[in-house]
Design a protein around this ligand. Structure first.
Ligand code: GLC
Length: 523
């Protein structure tokens, strides 16, 4: 890196690949590393800068790879280490950085450590790597505290000798004890293992987890699942965001500092902006995912608030803000915004808002095709949330349906054999990459065009925004450095455009009026 030059991620557009669902090379209906490698040309054409690959490590797949049995090997379902090395080399050849998931909060129950812990006595060294405790009540038959799992039900499971172990997610994902020096040393080894293979960075899963408070005090029963994103300020939730977590991030940072040009972005579901900022202090993570845009309605005031809060949260830290509309844990935004043509029009408008903002954007695979969430039949559901909630929450499978690439019938080129691990809607023929590539009106064309302008125009400079006065239900901001203006209309009527020359619009314009559900870039 040149002296004084910005790091590569400062304004980068990341593309999140949900590995199971991107492209399947071997015909088993599950996406894999070779599948990704075969589609790198597409990603280069799309114009993204970096990839984030969801977990592809050895795993029994109780949570589709977020239950890691060996963090330093590739699961045979996805390929092998040679396939990974080939993917990294080719991605770099296409000018794409490669970042991968790191899952430090928990392991799989099939991890050798947990298997040893189960075979060992209470109080043993082996149990000390996890959070085993005696229960409460007569004979210890009640869990050690009232914590609930993010996926539903109690966060504790009892083992045959009567002790209980903690799992903030599924029972197949026992939480590690981060006070244990071996647990810390192992993370360093894992980081180095992948850095030595050439990865450019990590996405840290549940980066606000890991550290647990002494004595494991009860939680406020009103605390809700982190991923619901509705945690209010006054709820006491000792499961997450404990101060001890920052030492772990400092440890990660120290390792990364030994590999110049590498970075880490944390998944941080923390409501308070001041607490969020702690995670991106200069000696901690380079970036933090915030989910303010995911939580905002399609409403100019609500989107503006999300933008302002995201910018303020990182202002004093020097870290770039980050923007996300969808990922593998939330309902896809076409559907959140109302679905159908309306949802699509709004998603187009929000894509331009997001890509106009200073900082780092994360695109979730398929959003560039305008994929909606899918209503899957009960029999198809695989997310542990479905079982754990007693079939009251359908879980996250609906946003994880494989990508349609080409052709008229499922699996639309996702898999050579026509197989797909989740059923793909037959009416997706119009949403395939093939169908959209040459259509100038398609969502894919909008993303390609927007990404190209973002990369080549000088208008995107500067970190600060200036807000213009705007009619109700609308906003307009200007990038102070470069001069780009972005206007959004979420009201029911057309409004006058701000002055300037149109660079790109999310939908058809009406003279010099900005129609409803539309956004525009001007200079
Ligand atoms: C994160 C992941 C989610 C996973 C959970 C447990 O929130 O994004 O998919 O289920 O962590 O690892």
């Amino acid at each position: 890196m040149d002296e004084g030059a910005l790091p590569w991620w400062q304004n980068a557009v990341f593309y999140q690949i949900y590995v199971r669902s991107f492209a399947d090379s071997d015909g088993d209906g599950v996406g894999d590393l070779e599948g990704i490698r075969s589609r790198l040309g597409y990603l280069e054409l799309l114009g993204v800068d970096a990839l984030w690959l969801t977990p592809f490590f050895r795993s029994p797949m109780a949570d589709h790879g977020y239950d890691v049995a060996d963090p330093r090997d590739v699961d045979p379902l996805f390929g092998d280490l040679a396939a990974f090395d080939a993917l990294v080399a080719d991605a770099h050849g296409h000018g794409l950085k490669v970042t991968i998931d790191l899952v430090p909060n928990h392991t799989s129950d099939q991890h050798v450590w947990f298997q040893q812990a189960l075979r060992s006595a209470p109080g043993s060294r082996e149990r000390g790597r996890y959070l085993f405790r005696d229960g409460q009540g007569h004979g210890g038959s009640l869990p050690p505290n009232n914590w609930t799992s993010v996926f539903g039900g109690p966060a504790w499971t009892r083992v045959p000798d009567g002790q209980w172990y903690l799992h903030l997610f599924a029972p197949q994902q026992p939480d590690l004890n981060w006070d244990d020096s071996e647990v810390r040393a192992d993370l360093v080894q894992t980081l180095r293992f992948w850095l030595d293979r050439g990865v450019d960075g990590f996405r840290i899963d549940v980066a606000h987890g890991m550290a647990k408070p002494a004595g494991l005090p009860d939680m406020d029963p009103n605390a809700v699942a982190i991923m619901a994103g509705t945690q209010s300020h006054d709820v006491v939730d000792p499961r997450f965001d404990n101060d001890g977590v920052h030492d772990i991030h400092r440890l990660i940072r120290k390792v990364l500092d030994g590999y110049p040009g590498t970075m880490a972005v944390g998944e941080i579901w923390v409501e308070r902006d001041d607490r969020f900022a702690f995670y991106v202090r200069p000696d901690e993570l380079h970036l933090g995912f915030n989910f303010k845009l995911v939580e905002a309605d399609f409403d100019a005031d609500s989107v503006r608030r999300a933008i302002d809060r995201s910018l303020t949260a990182v202002q004093a830290t020097g870290a770039a803000p980050t923007w996300t509309l969808s990922n593998h844990d939330v309902v896809r935004h076409v559907t959140r915004y109302g679905g159908g043509d309306l949802g699509t029009r709004r998603a187009r408008a929000m894509a331009l808002v997001e890509l106009a903002l200073p900082g780092v954007t994360f695109i979730y695979n398929g959003e560039e095709l305008g994929l909606p969430n899918v209503d899957l039949p009960d029999w198809a559901l695989q997310d542990p949330v479905w079982e754990r909630s007693g079939h009251t929450e359908r879980g996250r499978d609906g946003c994880r349906v494989p990508l349609p690439w080409e052709g008229e019938i499922p699996s639309f080129g996702f898999s050579r054999a026509g197989a797909a691990w989740l059923p793909m809607p037959t009416h997706w023929a119009g949403l395939t990459v093939e169908a959209q590539l040459e259509d100038p009106e398609s969502m894919l064309s909008l993303y390609r065009h927007a990404l190209e302008i973002r990369k080549t125009s000088g208008a995107f400079g500067g970190e600060e925004l200036e807000w213009y006065g705007a009619p109700p239900g609308c906003f307009a901001f200007r990038r102070k450095g470069g001069g780009l203006i972005c206007a959004l209309n979420t009201s029911a009527a057309p409004v006058p455009l701000p002055p300037g020359e149109i660079l790109l619009a999310s939908g058809p314009m009406e003279g010099n009026q900005l129609p409803p559900e539309t956004s525009v870039w001007l200079v």
